[in-house]
Design a protein around this ligand. Structure first.
Ligand SMILES: [Zn+2]
Length: 270
């Protein structure tokens, strides 16, 4: 039994408070708990307010690459970021209050398996590279499915909503002389349509990787904030999009002196 069955799944908020608030109000009454797939900060103008909200609301949150970069820890070099992202990381470092920094610092950089049914693996980027790898193709998804057992993998990082469906096709019984099932796994990439609930069929031969897209900086040519409502008991999933006052976030970014390219992209979702 899951007492927290209806999950609001958010990712890649990137300090865009107007977008995060729009998501919470759009989803109001439709979830029991919030899971955050990382990158609470970076790029956007309201890091403290976004961390405050996530700290308050999310029962689970994992470390994203931008969260990590802001912490100035060994293992990550801000010089590896592109110039605009680096500018935002350095600006965010200077803004972040001590308790919010401490919150980001304790986020797990390894995948989490919350105690729910069906089994779920939660990570920012991928099971293979929890903070860094972009799952953007069925081939990369297939390689990652081989590295975890859970029925459902939840990832963010690409800023593009996606579903990857893994299916195992057993080979015929006469060739099967060992205890191990023989056969072949395939993955297809499904594009979830906004606001169309999907019934999840999960089993030993059918699993899913779900990416809810980005709250604060969508990159699929749709400027609206993206998130997912996942119901583990009903086994349904809905991809949602919600408009938010993009101009408000953009004016906050201008006031903060954040790079123009980061401001402009929010109008278009790239
Ligand atoms: Zn991100």
């Amino acid at each position: 039994m899951n007492c927290m069955s209806r999950i609001l799944l958010i990712s890649d908020i990137h300090a865009n408070l107007a977008a995060l608030e729009a998501v919470f109000s759009d989803a109001q009454g439709q979830y029991d708990t919030v899971w955050c797939l990382g990158d609470v900060v970076g790029y956007g103008p309201r890091p403290n307010e976004c961390v405050d909200l996530v700290r308050e609301q999310a029962s689970l949150c994992v470390m994203g690459n931008h969260d990590w970069a802001v912490l100035e820890k060994p293992g990550i070099d801000v010089e590896d970021f592109n110039p605009q992202a680096r500018h935002a990381v350095l600006w965010t470092r200077a803004q972040l209050r001590a308790e919010n920094r401490a919150y980001l610092d304790q986020l797990p950089a390894q995948p989490l398996q919350p105690p729910v049914t069906p089994t779920v693996l939660v990570t920012h980027a991928s099971p293979r590279e929890p903070v860094w790898e972009y799952i953007l193709t069925p081939t990369i998804a297939l390689e990652n499915f081989a590295l975890f057992d859970a029925a459902l993998g939840l990832v963010g990082h690409t800023h593009k909503p996606a579903l990857y469906r893994w299916q195992f096709h057993p080979s015929s019984a006469e060739n099967n002389d060992s205890a191990q099932p023989h056969g072949m796994a395939t993955v297809d990439h499904l594009q979830p349509r906004p606001n169309h609930p999907i019934q999840l069929t999960l089993s030993a031969v059918q699993r899913l990787i779900v990416n809810p897209g980005s709250v604060g900086q969508p990159r699929d040519n749709d400027a609206r904030a993206a998130y997912v409502l996942l119901d583990l008991t009903a086994k349904t999933l809905v991809q949602r999009r919600v408009s938010y006052p993009v101009e408000l976030t953009q004016s906050q970014m201008r006031a903060a002196g954040l790079p123009k390219r980061l401001i402009d992209r929010l109008s278009f979702g790239w």
